[in-house]
Write a protein of this length. Structure first.
Lengths: 694, 240
């Protein structure tokens, strides 16, 4: 690693499905000479894009796992993580953004800002990641990059400013005008590898001048020197303008927009230039950890390789050589053969082998310095673990991990498959915190849960292929939950004093609904009515009732319990007694508190050709969906609705057949809402049936 | 209870519009002002009043995305219902959502014939049958007289009441009624039955009812304003 850290870029590429992220990355690798041939995502040569190393990715033409690689461009080292666009694989995007310094938001020049673009943008905001936008597919019919820029402003609130304008669009796309140098740039050769600089075509001079003026005005907000140059009508140098744009981007006050066509090899080299020019180096990003010995007070990390090590494990992969742990080093150096501390477990780990990743290929190295991303072999840990030098005890904040919303039962057909399935599930759940697995205590079934049908489908398919598991997948089930709607007091005495060691406890208080938080416990007991040492037992007893509500056995949420009185016995009261008392009090109050069942409601966005929008809306209505509205974009309409998850199973097949495969939809969790009476009755019937057959 | 109390806050009635006028089939109303003064906020409040009266409201926005329009409704509604019980407000909000449909267009994709085709599609498929329509985002520098006339016939035939927002520009020195006449293709072709102007006045925005016939307005009405901090309609006596 000889590149100075100021010239390192750790970037992610994020976007909505099919915007062209993987194709773009494939071009990056080609132009930086990391690969010598371009393979398309679903190309005729059947090879598949470099970053889609999983067979399933190549077949389906989708990126499932994020893949990491690095390349060199104009004396800069660029580490790239290509991420999935499907919302089901959102954890991969979360991971990438947590450890990256900058991002490229890829948008389709026809589709513009789409539903998953909004989700990845929110993710970028959450981690304060500066980004630039690349408007791709300018060669497509209907391409309109200026409309997309407007959408960036309106839908995502970006201060989006083009640093280029296109020369021609759709089939006439020839190149771009660079508004910094005020030159036309063309991409000649079979793969656009030869850049030709010319004067701006006459027809575009006026537009270029106007757009450059807008660019200068927007950038001048971030540079006093540029403002002075504008006011004093001095010539504005390229260096000054670039510096101002960079400042704006680093502050997330400006989003520079570049454009082109990855598939037609137009504009890609300039995207790499933009990444170098506008996205931050590791030194320009403020990273913080929590000081474990000082009440988790935030500590700013220096980024200096000579300081004590702080590194974050952000992704695990189980391969034929053991567990591969992707890490980002924030401070210090991680050296082969040295020993470090896993802050979560407190255990020492010795680092055996260190590699740099290039999709599924590895390159052995001796160390990884601050600011770089690499991978370790043979280190036992989980995603989110922090590694430090022995003298420095800090922990990086965890990633945000959304709750799963769908689950289904899986059953292996034979013993061999059962063993393999256990190994597979263990590995997948370790790698992906949004993929969870457990055995149902009631039915003994193995349940897998995840972010959507596609998410679970992919893991089931991977179990079949990678672990040779022959399995049957059951019907998906919905994560219902119970909550209460009324405040109700309780006063419960638990007494077992029939000789020998007895049990006694009394708890009085109020059970009430709350809109936020899952469960809140408040102690307002005074005068020692319940001895202080038994208060935690009271809370424990109440909490133990939450996993399975007394009514329909679903998890209970949205509840606050306040205890304000009680009684104890000098001999027969104990922690166990008060836990039992709390459970009894819960049962006593629960049904009086008018419990209701809630179901997850999904925000569904469907993009469909106009001709099918009526049918699509009808299909949503049939599924108890509430259509919020529709957005007309030329010949396509985007329909937004709120639909219960329970009604969405198998919808992708229905949508495909009603729209001749031309529509696509995304679905993400929105909120929980009360289940209607008719649906509740059906659920009760189903549950009764299950209980009888079990 | 909450519903009845909220209905009384209908800004149009406070401005002296009779119910007949505001609910006449095929009637057109216009809210005019320069950009950014509060037309969308005002129209959303009128729309909420209609929703409260159990009317189906179709909100058309030229340029703004669905989510942004939805946010406007959410914000205005929960501002209006702040004094009331939270649970009742939430239930009422869920109820209103079932009677509202948002349709948005990119500026270059909008035209009235497309709109009528979309509305017909919604009705024929039993997806949504509007009674009250908001069309937010017209610009006053586009002459659309013949299109608008056809659309008015369509509205009358289908029983819609429609309110438009019309953006005026700094360079236009004529009064709002004249500007509307120019849009319609002349005074004789006036299509609008109700006209409101939003006028920034010191720190507030005055909501002015204007005559569409150049005659004095028939009844006196309580002056209304938009509070710039919340964009809510307030009466003059609330200012003191």
């Amino acid at each position: 690693m000889e590149t100075p850290i100021q010239k390192v870029r750790n970037i992610g590429i994020s976007a909505h499905i099919d915007s062209g992220k993987t194709t773009l990355t494939e071009r990056f690798l080609y132009f930086t000479k990391r690969i010598h041939r371009i393979h398309e995502v679903k190309g005729k040569d059947g090879v598949g894009a470099t970053m889609d190393s999983m067979e399933l990715e190549k077949e389906r033409g989708i990126t499932i796992a994020s893949a990491a690689t690095y390349c060199q461009w104009k004396n800069h080292e660029i580490n790239i993580i290509d991420t999935p666009g499907h919302v089901d694989f959102t954890i991969e995007v979360e991971r990438a953004l947590r450890v990256l310094d900058g991002a490229i938001l890829v948008l389709c020049s026809v589709g513009g800002v789409q539903s998953q673009s909004i989700t990845v943008d929110q993710q970028m905001k959450r981690y304060n990641v500066p980004c630039l936008a690349f408007i791709n597919k300018c060669d497509r019919s209907g391409a309109n990059p200026f409309r997309v820029i407007d959408q960036l402003k309106e839908k995502l609130n970006h201060n989006a400013v083009p640093v280029q304008i296109p020369i021609g669009l759709e089939a006439d796309l020839e190149g771009v005008v660079d508004l910094i140098s005020m030159k036309a740039v063309y991409f000649d050769g079979d793969f656009g590898e030869n850049i030709r600089i010319e004067e701006i075509p006459d027809a575009l001079i006026e537009m270029a001048a106007a757009k450059r003026e807008e660019l200068v005005e927007a950038a001048s907000v971030f540079s006093d020197e540029l403002t002075d140059a504008v006011l004093e009508e001095h010539e504005i140098s390229e260096k000054l303008l670039i510096s101002a744009i960079r400042q704006g981007t680093l502050q997330r006050g400006l989003t520079p927009v570049v454009m082109g066509s990855a598939y037609k090899n137009k504009g890609i080299q300039l995207v790499l230039d933009a990444a170098n020019l506008y996205l931050p180096s590791p030194l320009e990003v403020k990273n913080e950890a929590l000081d474990i010995d000082n009440n988790e007070a935030p500590v700013t990390l220096s980024g200096n390789k000579n300081d004590p090590l702080v590194a974050l494990a952000f992704k695990l992969e189980d391969g034929q050589f053991g567990q591969l742990t992707y890490i980002r080093v924030y401070q210090g150096v991680i050296q082969k053969g040295e020993t470090y501390i896993n802050v979560r477990t407190g255990k020492k780990v010795k680092v055996g082998r260190i590699v740099l990743m290039h999709a599924d290929q590895m390159e052995d190295v001796e160390k990884i310095e601050a600011g770089y991303i690499g991978a370790l072999f043979g280190v036992d840990c989980v995603s989110g673990d922090t590694f430090t030098s022995s003298e420095f005890k800090v922990s990086m904040t965890s990633m945000f991990v959304p709750d799963p919303v769908i689950s289904l039962a899986v059953k292996a057909k034979d013993i061999k498959s059962e063993n393999n399935m256990a190994k597979a599930l263990n590995r997948f759940s370790k790698e992906d915190p949004t993929f969870q697995t457990f055995v149902s205590k009631e039915t003994g079934e193995t349940i897998i849960s995840g972010m959507g049908e596609l998410h679970l489908e992919v893991y089931i398919e991977r179990m079949r292929r990678e672990y040779k598991v022959d399995l049957i997948a059951g019907e998906p089930s919905v994560a219902y939950r119970e909550t209460i709607t009324q405040s109700t007091p309780f006063d419960y005495t638990h007494k077992k004093q029939t000789g020998g060691a007895g049990q006694y406890g009394r708890i009085a208080g109020i059970m009430e609904p709350i809109s936020e938080d899952e469960f809140v416990f408040e102690n307002k007991v005074t005068g020692g009515a319940i001895p202080t040492q038994y208060i935690p037992a009271c809370e424990k007893g109440f909490r133990s009732c939450l996993d399975k509500g007394p009514w329909m056995k679903y998890p209970v949420t949205g509840m606050k319990i306040t205890i304000n009185d009680g009684a104890s016995h000098s001999v027969d009261s104990s922690e166990m007694a008060f836990q039992a008392t709390a459970r009894g009090a819960f049962q006593q109050a629960y049904f009086k508190a008018q419990p209701v069942l809630q179901e997850p409601i999904m925000k569904v966005v469907i993009e469909t050709p106009d001709e099918f929008q009526g049918n699509v809306m009808g299909s949503l209505n049939q599924r108890r969906g509430m259509i919020i509205g529709s957005h007309d974009v030329g010949y396509m309409t985007s329909i937004e609705a709120q639909v219960p998850l329970a009604e969405m199973f198998g919808y992708s097949t229905v949508l495909r057949s009603m729209t001749q495969g031309k529509a696509q939809f995304t679905m993400e969790f929105s909120s929980y809402k009360q289940v209607p009476k008719s649906v509740l009755e059906e659920i009760e019937k189903k549950n009764d049936k299950k209980t009888k057959t079990a | 209870m909450i519903k009845e109390q909220l209905i009384l806050k209908n800004p149009l009635h406070t401005l002296g519009f009779e119910m007949e006028e505001t609910e006449r089939k095929g009637s057109f109303g216009a809210v005019t002002s320069r950009a950014g003064v509060g037309k969308t906020a005002f129209l959303v409040q009128i729309a909420i009043s209609s929703l409260l009266k159990d009317k189906n409201v179709l909100h058309i926005s030229i340029k703004n995305p669905v989510e942004k329009v939805n946010l406007w409704y959410k914000e205005m509604f929960f501002n209006l219902t702040q004094p009331f019980d939270v649970k009742q407000s939430r239930e009422l909000w869920e109820d209103l959502l079932t009677r509202r449909f948002i349709m948005t267009f990119e500026t270059e994709n909008f035209d009235f014939s497309k709109l009528t085709s979309r509305i017909d599609g919604l009705k024929s498929q039993n997806i949504f049958s509007p009674q009250f329509i908001i069309i937010d985002g017209l610009s006053s520098d586009e002459p659309i007289g013949p299109e608008l006339a056809r659309f008015k016939d369509y509205a009358a035939h289908n029983g819609f009441t429609i309110w438009f927002s019309v953006r005026t520009h700094r360079h236009q020195t004529a009064d709002p009624l004249t500007i509307l006449h120019q849009m319609c293709g002349g005074e004789d072709n006036n299509l609008f039955n109700m006209l409101i102007q939003l006028l920034p006045e010191k720190e507030m925005i005055q909501v002015k009812r204007l005559s569409v016939t150049r005659e004095p307005l028939p009844v006196a009405h309580t002056p209304l304003f938009l509070d710039p901090s919340t964009m809510m309609v307030i009466k003059q006596d609330s200012l003191n």
